[in-house]
Design a protein. Sequence first.
Length: 268
Amino acid sequence: MFLFVAFFGFGLIVGSFLNAVLWRMKEGMTLGGRSMCPRCRAKIAWYDNIPMVSFLILGGKCRACREKISWRYPAIECSTGLLFALIGNEFFVWWDASSWVLTTLYLVSGAILILIFLHDLETMEIPNILLWIGVGSALPLLLVLDAIGFHSGVSPWSLSLHSGILAALVGFLPLFLLSALSRETWMGMGDGFLAFFLGLVVGWPHMLVALVLAFALGSVVGIFLILLKKKGMRSQVPLGPFLIVGAFLALFLPEWFPGIFDMFFLYW
C-alpha cells in the first residue's frame, strides 16, 4: 500500500508536468518559465499548483480570472498517478536492482506515451520529438537491464535488448508497409514509429498481444462511433491511442491473468 500511494503521488506530480508540456506544445512555447493560466496567462502560485488538491480548493476555477479550469487537467494528473501506481505495484521490488531499471523504463515510457496519446487523439499527429526521446531513453535502459542480469549462462537471444528490437521490428514493419502502400491514407507513418517504440518497451512476445488488442479495440470503438453517427465510414480515427492502450494491457494482463495470456499464445 505504501508503494502504491508513493507511486501515485509521484504520478500526480508528473501528470501536472505533462499538462504543462502538452499545453505549451500546442501553443508553440518553450518549457521554460512558470506555470500560467491558459486563459488569462496569469502566473500560478505554487500553492495553486498542487496536483488535484489545488483544483478542488479553487473549485475548478482560476484564482485570477475566475474562469473554469478544464476537467482534463485533474483527469490527466489522476490517470498518470494511477498508471504509475500500477507500474510500481506490479514491477518494483526495492531489493532487486533490475526492477529499479525496469520500473524506470516503464515510468519514463509511460509519461511519454501519455503525451503521445493525448496529442494524437486531439490532432491526429504524433510529434517526432517524443518518439525520439522515447526510443533514446528505452535503448540505454534495456542495455543496463541486460548488464545487471548478464552471466555466462545467459543466452544472447534472451536479452531484453534483443527481445525489444524483435518486438519493435514486428510492430514497425507491417504498419510501415500499410502506410507506405496506402500513401498514408490508411494510417500515418508515425504509427509505425510509435509501434517501434512500443516494441522496445513491452518486448517480445507481448508486442503481438498489443497489436491484436489495438486493432480489436480500434474496430470496436470505430463501429460504436459509426452506430452513434459520430463518425462515418470514411472518417479517420487515430490508431496511436489504441496502440498505446494495447501495449499497456499487454504489459499488465500477464501479471493479472497469466492463464489467459498463456492460452492466447497456445491458440496462436
